[in-house]
Design a protein around this ligand. Structure first.
Ligand code: SF4
Ligand code: SF4
Length: 461
């Protein structure tokens, strides 16, 4: 038998409002998901919008023995769940040993090693000192390679677009450094730092941070182009890191062509920001060098981390607060006096990665560790199997990015996901809950998104 409105007690009304709030929240989630083209999340949220309020409404509106007690029980249970989920938990410290005391050698990264050719002096010299790398390297060099027509993901149009963007980025290589104006323009470090941050955003940067340039930020030796094997001499005092956003949908197509197309495009965008800011600083009379795709003297993720732009997560990429790893980074090093940003120690990102492992589950060649972060060569970190990852790239023909596409931090920067991100920052229990909910709404192994309609061209005709 239904109550009449005037017979409803305060507790019954609270229960009805709770049910309606649940309904509205899940409906908003469903609408946002539809707009984000996440059909699975949209349908599951819609289902929950229908199911979740039912016990609230039934218990509040239908009379039965012990109804009063049931109403109170559900109110207390709901309040307890909210308290447990949202109550701030103690923050642990990010590991102290988070930075190496040595420099990385650019010759050791897979992008340098892929260029080593058999029966050359460089090849013989490298592998006489690195026996363990010869077999995996010969293996990835035997595969079709990035953007190859023989690769698994080959698509003439998306691959040609990616190649065009990489060609455009390489056009910046001669612009990374240049003449410094003889006339030095003095400026207030705080104001010029602020100017660079605002201007770089107008140029297309998502975020900009400044840090002191440390020894471990720099490569010890160059690993590419004519300067191969030469020591890196870089005595600048400051480093400015820029992030640019990668398109969510195209990343969602990983590991297919639209993803490498977007990677290449954002290398171009981040490169354009860096070469312009470097030229600007040189125009003011101070040395400055841009570090962009294919022409780095520094490790961009470590600089970006120290400049307060994020943490390094399980997949070894910079995890930014609002887009996770779905960014590209470029850097400018300079002597222009600047004001540095605080390192933004965000324990919750590391803790979330400890609990999540979604990138490791979805990585096609299982190149990402499932273990806890541990000390490797004196640094507390996760290490990916870069040979396995790169071999997969050479087979797929793209830079894969499946890990980036499934990462719960990669969801769009909007009100809904930022609400979840706030919970993740706040509470350890919420982090566990968020991992489960991400799996529930988007799937433990989310399917790759379909290539966009306008990218589909029948090249047989
Ligand atoms: S998928 Fe999960 S474990 Fe991997 S980087 Fe993202 S948050 Fe961390
Ligand atoms: S890019 Fe692909 S292969 Fe490499 S770590 Fe990520 S998921 Fe694995």
């Amino acid at each position: 038998m239904l109550y009449y409105m005037n017979e409803l007690t305060i507790s019954n009304i609270i229960l009805i409002i709770s049910g309606e709030l649940l309904f509205f929240f899940m409906m908003i989630f469903s609408i946002f998901s539809l707009k984000e083209k996440e059909s699975k999340a949209a349908s599951r949220a819609l289902l929950l919008a229908i199911i979740l309020p039912i016990p609230y409404l039934l218990i509040a509106l239908i009379a039965f023995p012990f109804q009063k007690e049931a109403v109170l029980f559900l109110i207390i249970l709901t309040a307890l769940v909210l308290i447990v989920l949202f109550f701030p938990t103690k923050r642990f410290k990010v590991a102290e040993k988070e930075s190496p005391e040595y420099k990385y050698d650019e010759r050791d990264i897979v992008f340098s090693r892929r260029h080593l050719k058999t029966e050359t002096e460089r090849y013989d010299e490298y592998y006489s000192n690195h026996h363990d790398k010869k077999k995996p390297d010969d293996n990835f060099r035997s595969k079709p390679g990035l953007l190859s027509p023989e690769s698994n993901m080959y698509n003439p149009f998306t691959f040609a677009s990616a190649s065009a963007s990489f060609i455009a980025v390489s056009g910046f290589h001669d612009l990374v450094d240049g003449d410094v104006s003889d006339t030095k323009v003095e400026s207030d470090p705080l104001k010029i730092s602020n100017y660079i941050k605002n201007w770089s955003k107008k140029l297309g940067a998502l975020n900009t941070g400044i840090t002191e340039l440390k020894e471990y930020h720099k490569y010890s030796h160059a690993g590419r182009r004519k300067s191969y094997g030469e020591p890196v001499i870089l005595n600048h005092k400051f480093a400015i890191a820029f992030t640019v956003e990668m398109d969510k949908y195209q990343v969602g197509c990983a590991p297919a062509g639209p993803t490498v197309m977007e990677s290449a495009q954002q290398y171009f965008e981040s490169g354009a920001v860096a070469v312009q800011v470097a030229a600007f600083i040189r125009n003011l009379g101070y040395p400055a060098r841009a570090h962009i795709d294919g022409n780095y003297q520094v490790l961009c993720p470590l600089i970006a981390r120290d400049a307060g732009l994020g943490e390094i997560g399980r997949m070894g990429l910079l995890m930014t607060p609002n887009l996770g790893p779905r960014v590209r980074i470029s850097v400018v090093t300079t002597d222009l006096p600047l004001v540095i940003d605080d390192r933004n120690y965000e324990h919750s990102t590391i803790d979330f990665c400890e609990k999540c492992r979604k990138c490791a589950v979805n990585c096609p060649p299982k190149a990402i560790s499932f273990d806890s972060r541990k000390e490797i060569n004196g640094v507390s970190r996760w290490k990916i199997d870069s040979e396995a990852c790169y071999t997969y790239w050479c087979v797929a023909g793209t830079d894969c990015a499946k890990c980036m596409s499934v990462c719960p931090y990669s969801h769009p920067d909007n009100m809904l996901h930022n609400f979840v991100r706030a919970g993740i920052r706040n509470s350890s229990v919420f982090r566990k809950f968020a991992v489960m909910m991400d799996d529930f709404f988007y799937g433990k192994k989310p399917k790759s998104l379909e290539i966009l309609e306008w990218m589909r061209i029948d090249n047989e005709k």
